[in-house]
Design a protein around this ligand. Structure first.
Ligand code: RNT
Ligand code: ZN
Length: 413
């Protein structure tokens, strides 16, 4: 079947494939730099902690800014559309032997990233880094040690300045997302005080002021981390309330809830009470394992919600996974393309008609239509989307990755 046949088939269900293709082409996704190097970053020293873990030892990990940028370039050349790159503060690039602690990083330490993004027309998003650091062995923004807490407040404010710099230089707003690992392995004696300190720390950060046209702040909650099983200071309730009361955004990571909770279900509630929402799309297998995003029910469910709530332009959409057990560049390409496939699948669904069936109580018709859609020629529309962006639609892209692995990645010893 050709694209034009697929177009006709969808039109018979009331779906405009051209509109879907145009909408998807205009939609940037923030691609996380940390899939390329197992969240190492470019500081010397501390190994990964904070209750998150990368597993696997696939050869070819990026070790330098140049290698990471080359790998990002390679990945983007196999992903249709114009996107954004999501950086972490530990990806500062120090030159001439300079080493600066996290509370003293400046925009100039990210100049190379700005040049990289500018040359490619990409936007940049940012994350302060509250893990893999000697002062992050206990709590950070919720620390009972005032010196440690102030260190992380200074870090967060430094990151605000860097986020403003990104937005100003690139002419595209920057999302700065705050996730802290603060929590406890065993039963707390006091759940309140750390949360009160976190609220106070964030208030101190906000008192430093920032240009709200340039930077949006989101707060990412979590249910638990490895070694932090009993208590998470930045819980869902904490951030949902804090964000609402301060005019900030909540960020939902679908690996950060109890396994039967659905982020897709949460989206509409958040949209009714916030102008904008932010998401980390990931795949959690039994825990917040951050497996590569697939074209699966969960991802399709999230995409469906964004489309039928008409919320694509109210959502900061980012991916968050880190798998070191497979080719890391392929992991990026697979995850990004799957997110786009899920969005396209949602855009090719006649939601108006289906909502009308729900309102009319005609659940039989709704089931018939939902099932019919599953065998529609979706692949033809996806192929057309890629062709129009001059990107290989089929798995033939993987041949290129194999070659890159032979010629570039395998030489990294
Ligand atoms: C951790 C959070 C957070 C991190 C990144 C590296 O559980 O999901 O978003 O994955 O900041
Ligand atoms: Zn996340």
């Amino acid at each position: 079947m050709s694209y034009s046949n697929a177009k006709t088939a969808y039109a018979m269900l009331g779906v405009d494939t051209e509109h879907a293709l145009k909408t998807l082409a205009a939609l940037p996704i923030s691609m996380h730099c940390w899939q390329g190097d197992d969240i190492h970053g470019f500081e010397s020293g501390a190994s990964l902690d904070g209750g998150i873990q990368v597993t696997g030892n696939y050869p070819g990990v990026a070790r330098t800014p140049d290698e990471l940028m080359a790998d990002i370039d390679f990945a983007l050349a196999h992903i249709p559309g114009k996107h954004r790159i999501n950086l972490h503060a530990n990806y500062a690039i120090f030159e001439d032997g300079e080493q600066v602690d996290r509370d003293a990083i400046e925009p100039r330490h990210f100049k190379k990233w700005v040049e990289f993004a500018k040359a490619r027309g990409l936007g940049l998003d940012f994350n302060p880094t509250y893990f893999a650091h000697p002062l992050a062995s206990g709590m950070t923004l919720a620390s009972a040690d005032e010196n440690i807490r102030q260190f992380w407040i200074r870090h967060t404010i430094a990151c605000l300045r860097i986020s403003e710099y990104f937005a100003r230089e690139l002419g595209k707003p920057c999302l700065m997302n705050i996730w802290i690992p603060d929590g406890l392995k065993d039963i707390p004696a006091d759940r309140l005080a750390p949360r009160a300190r976190l609220a106070d720390s964030l208030d101190q950060v906000l008192a430093a002021e920032y240009d709200k046209e340039l930077v949006s702040i989101s707060l990412e909650s979590k249910v638990f981390g490895i070694g932090l099983e009993s208590y998470t200071v930045g819980s869902n309730e904490f951030y949902t309330n804090y964000a609402a009361s301060r005019g900030l955004m909540s960020l939902m990571d679908n690996g950060h809830y109890h396994p039967t909770e659905s982020v897709a279900d949460k989206i509409s509630s958040m949209l009714l009470f916030s102008d904008k929402i932010a998401l980390h799309v990931t795949r959690s297998v039994r825990w917040d394992s951050d497996h590569v995003v697939l074209f699966d029910d969960e991802t399709r469910g999230i995409a469906a919600e964004l489309v039928r709530c008409n919320a694509l332009d109210r959502t900061f959409l980012a991916l968050d996974f880190f798998d070191a057990s497979i080719n890391r560049v392929a992991a990026w390409i697979i995850g990004m393309r799957n997110m786009q496939k899920a969005l396209l699948y949602a855009l090719l669904t006649p939601w108006k008609d289906m909502s009308a069936m729900q309102d009319a109580g005609d659940f039989t018709a709704l089931m018939v239509r939902s099932e019919e859609l599953k065998t529609m020629p979706f692949g033809e529309v996806w192929n057309e989307f890629c062709r129009r962006a001059n990107i290989e639609p089929t798995e033939a892209w993987f041949e290129d990755v194999r070659r890159y692995e032979r010629e570039v990645l395998s030489l990294r010893k």
